[in-house]
Write a protein that binds this ligand. Structure first.
Ligand code: KG4
Length: 341
């Protein structure tokens, strides 16, 4: 079954065709990062307009590169939540039009479920149940993936997402947006013990996280250095900051895997590209004898193929949308789409 899939929830316009949820036939991505870099973050209005400009051309290119025609498409899938509402609406409306013209089913996909499903593309052997840590620019969640479309949130950030924290820290250090990769690169030469940052714990909620205190600590450190004329060791600051993020994520997630008695752990989302976090998870998984799944870098960030992968399993579960499908800025990952057709 070939699913044509669309992703437009933030600053990537992406169109893919995925076969039977596991095989990428084409994955076309247009990143708007350069358009937003000058503003130091994503400008929603610019994001929406850019999606409108790119989505038709990307769709044509996707079919062309895969050597497919419209007749080869069996269904259309689209990220319908969560995200920047104007941006999500572009993908949703385009997908509705395409499904209607092709007379194929329309499958709504939760964006975070898509990130989780990026692992199905990279690892054919991976099947639920497993624990997944989803770490992106807008979300930080520890999820019990009981089945392909049966998910339960074990813990979440109470404030900033991990990716947001990377982006804000990068800004303080004068690094470009999005800041995750530049911080990753800068941290390579640093001493991660030079600066000590707080790791938050939420009373009675062992799997919940908080990153706003860490963000504030970095800002305060930078301001203090500026006022006193102290020279900061930027590489060590980046390394110490990344260590603090990793120490917030890794032990908690491993604890969740242990408590549920699972033997499989997946990590997903843009921040899963971080080299320190990947290494810490690999070390922890080896120690605990857990099978670890982290997608290759190109499948960590937003892409269309992940939507097609999850779309397949949503299709098998009977999820369908009609022409009344709407876009949503926020939505719980455990919530299944309420059928309208
Ligand atoms: O999943 P994603 O592409 O978009 C969302 O759905 O939010 O994640 C984007 C986030 C950004 O905050 C970016 O700075 C972060 O992923 N990121 C990284 C790295 N590469 C991207 N964070 C840490 N280290 C990286 N290497």
């Amino acid at each position: 079954m070939n699913i044509l899939s669309f992703e437009s929830t933030c600053d990537e316009t992406a169109v893919a065709v995925v076969q039977d949820g596991r095989k990428i036939l084409t994955d076309q991505i247009f990143s708007q990062a350069k358009l937003h870099a000058v503003y130091g973050g994503v400008v929603p209005e610019i994001a929406s307009r850019s999606h409108v400009e790119a989505i038709s051309l990307l769709t044509e290119r996707a079919l062309e590169t895969a050597g497919l025609t419209r007749a080869d498409i069996d269904a259309v899938a689209v990220s319908y939540a969560p995200g920047l509402i104007g941006a999500v609406l572009v993908g949703v409306n385009f997908a509705k039009a395409v499904a209607s013209v092709l007379k194929v089913p329309l499958i709504p996909v939760h964006h975070i479920r898509g990130h989780i499903a990026a692992n199905y593309l990279a690892f054919p052997e991976l099947e639920p149940p497993f624990v997944c840590l989803a770490i992106s620019g807008g979300n930080t969640l520890i999820i019990d993936v009981r089945d392909y479309t049966d998910m339960h949130i074990l813990g979440a950030t109470r404030d900033d997402a991990a990716g947001e924290c990377f982006d804000k820290t990068a800004r303080v250090l004068g690094l470009p947006y999005p800041g995750g990769k530049p911080i990753d690169d800068l941290a390579q030469g640093g001493d991660d013990t030079m600066y000590v940052f707080p790791i938050a714990h939420v009373e009675g909620r062992p799997y919940d996280m908080s990153f706003s205190g860490l963000k504030t600590a970095v800002i305060n450190l930078a301001h203090h250095a500026e006022q006193t004329g102290e020279e900061l060791d930027r590489a060590s600051l980046a390394a110490s900051f990344t260590k603090a993020v990793s120490d917030s994520l890794v032990p908690r997630t491993m604890q969740a895997v242990k408590e549920l008695g699972y033997k499989r752990l997946a990590v997903a989302g843009g921040v899963a590209a971080n080299s320190r976090i990947r290494k810490d998870f690999h070390d922890a998984a080896e120690r605990e004898k857990i099978d670890l799944f982290i997608p290759p870098l190109k499948l960590c960030g937003d892409n269309g193929a992940m939507v097609g992968a999850q779309g397949y399993y949503e299709y098998l579960a009977g999820t369908r949308a009609g022409s009344d499908l709407n876009a949503y800025a926020s939505m719980d990952v455990s919530q299944n789409y309420t059928q309208s057709v």
